[in-house]
Ligand binder design. Sequence first.
Ligand SMILES: [Zn+2]
Ligand SMILES: [Zn+2]
Length: 252
Amino acid sequence: MPISPEKRLRETIPIDMMNIRTLASGSSGNAYLVSDGVTTLLLEAGIPIKSIARQASLSSIDACLISHEHGDHAKSAADIVRKYSIDLYASHGTLDALCLSCDYRVHPVKAEEQCDIGTFVVMPLAMKHDAAEPLGFIITSRHGGKLLFATDTYLIPYKIPHGTTVLMLECNYSMELLAQSITSGVTDHRQRERLRFSHMSLEYLLQYLSENKDRLGSVSEICLIHMSGRNGDRALFKRKVQELTGLPVIVE
Ligand SMILES: [Zn+2]
Ligand SMILES: [Zn+2]
């Protein structure tokens, strides 16, 4: 089969230096490790600290970033700061909601005001979720690699940044599966309304990716995160995103 010009272009892009590991993903807990070999970030702390410690060495974590205060993202935030003295970055709204604003190890960050964390440059982004001040992040390593991380948001009010190498995007539910679970009584109308204005649907994600197709040339991988157990379908979501983008897709 002839190789498309798009694919050939992607093959010439060097493998980026970012190493990403999922410790947990979904409404029962989220935690991801992002490392460029020099700095290691814990992205979300939504599982018990013991569970993080079982999967990773806590002493190797340089800092923790939290998107918002919900338990599935922030369960062990206080332990991270108080018991393990790991620096924590989150918005003022998130820190206030977690009663962590006054702690020594916390660093309030604001949407669109970048900060340096070791060898990473982090640009927080404002997200749309039913939380105090939710953030997404663009995480760029000085050693190569740029990650766009957006979860718990029903839309992404930004273009994919130029040069992005990895996308970690929420793909929580599909409208079709949600309609089915309403019909069968598994989900009620109130839950549906909450989902529509707090989490990302497959349909929105596909629209976002097609509107940003010109920004996908440097992307080597798309990672779908925070899938709903009731209203998600791993194989279907993976196939739909793969068909649209032609990129490797991982479902966490
Ligand atoms: Zn969540
Ligand atoms: Zn949430």
